[in-house]
Design a protein around this ligand. Structure first.
Ligand code: NAP
Length: 290
């Protein structure tokens, strides 16, 4: 929350190279709509070890109250884990920080990606929280897959991770199985419960602009008929994967809702005020390549 020494919010995003980030657009529009003075800007910080001094300087500025909030993206989401004073349970379990806040000179690392995904999933798929057995397949096993698996575990889903490197899927499955519902790691072609799968989540960058004709789903593999497809990619608005799933009769959503929601949650952590959610979403949609 705003420090008594500051008169306006200084917020921003740490990452590299930060060329296409929609975060300043969303947050600056939201600050304006909420009537809060301040600015959200980009802080390009090179990968470690080159960027270490800049990273520490920015965190130092937060500790003395001259910056009130920072988001963190690739390649620093893991680097921050050891540089803050406290971690939220989610950031600790996911192993990545995307939001840093400060209170009384202490920095807290949080992760709003998982709840951003879950909130939007709930909008798209209203019975995602129901008691029935829900099975999900997560494509990819990188940073956002960890947030998605954590989120699905919180609402009791059975999750299978299918990534191109089996050892990476197995590592993720082992990490999460030790803290919650068991997670499996079968390649798509060997996953016996595929036909009972009710949610497919793409967490790979396959199909993202400019490579918009690629899809992470094998062309010769039928989609499970009753599944919903959630693609974390939001540029383009409709990926090749979404297009083929819709042609097969599935419903599908892109990652814009998650993007807007994770940003809105960070805004609420920093300002202590309800986020103007529609402003976040509009700002993101307006700048996205169709
Ligand atoms: P990441 O940590 O680099 O993980 C990417 C995963 O995809 C890895 O498992 C990687 O496998 C796999 N992958 C990469 N290229 C592949 C290919 N050609 N075929 C099959 N698998 C491939 O990236 P991330 O941070 O999770 O981000 C992934 C995507 O999610 C990006 O498009 C990003 O924009 C999007 N995202 C969206 C939101 C949102 O709010 N909507 C939030 C976060 C991320 P290897 O390890 O083998 O390379």
């Amino acid at each position: 929350m705003m420090n008594s020494r500051s008169e306006s919010f200084r917020l921003g995003l740490i990452g590299w190279p930060l060329v296409h980030s929609l975060s300043p657009l969303m947050h600056n529009a939201a600050l304006k709509a909420a009537g809060l003075p301040g600015e959200y800007r980009l802080y390009p910080v090179q990968p470690l070890p080159e960027g270490e001094a800049s990273l520490r300087d920015l965190l130092g500025e937060m500790k003395v109250g001259s910056i009130q909030g920072l988001n963190v993206t690739i390649p620093h989401k893991q680097n921050i884990l050891n540089l803050v004073d406290l971690l939220s349970p989610a950031a600790n379990a996911i192993g990545a920080v995307n939001t840093i806040s400060v209170q009384n000179g202490l920095l807290t690392g949080d992760n709003t990606d998982w709840l951003g995904f879950l909130s939007d999933l709930d909008n798209q798929l209203p019975d995602s929280n129901s008691e029935k057995i829900n099975r999900a397949v997560v494509l990819g096993a990188g940073g956002s897959a960890r947030a998605v698996v954590y989120a699905l575990q919180q609402i009791g889903w059975q999750v299978n991770i299918s990534a191109r490197r089996l050892e990476q899927s197995e590592k993720l499955a082992t990490d999460f199985s030790s803290v919650g519902h068991p997670v499996s790691a079968w390649p798509l072609s060997q996953y016996a419960e595929l036909s009972e799968t009710t949610l497919i989540v793409n967490t790979t960058p396959v199909g993202m602009f400019p490579d918009t004709t690629s899809s992470p789903w094998p062309a010769d593999l039928p989609f499970p008929k009753q599944a919903f497809l959630y693609d974390l990619i939001y540029n383009p608005i409709e990926t090749a994967l979404m297009k083929s799933a819709r042609s097969a009769g599935l419903s599908a959503a892109n990652g814009l809702g998650m993007l807007a929601e994770q940003a809105a949650l960070a805004f609420e952590i920093w300002t202590g005020k309800p986020a103007p959610r529609e402003i976040f979403r509009q700002a993101a949609v307006e700048r996205t390549v169709l």
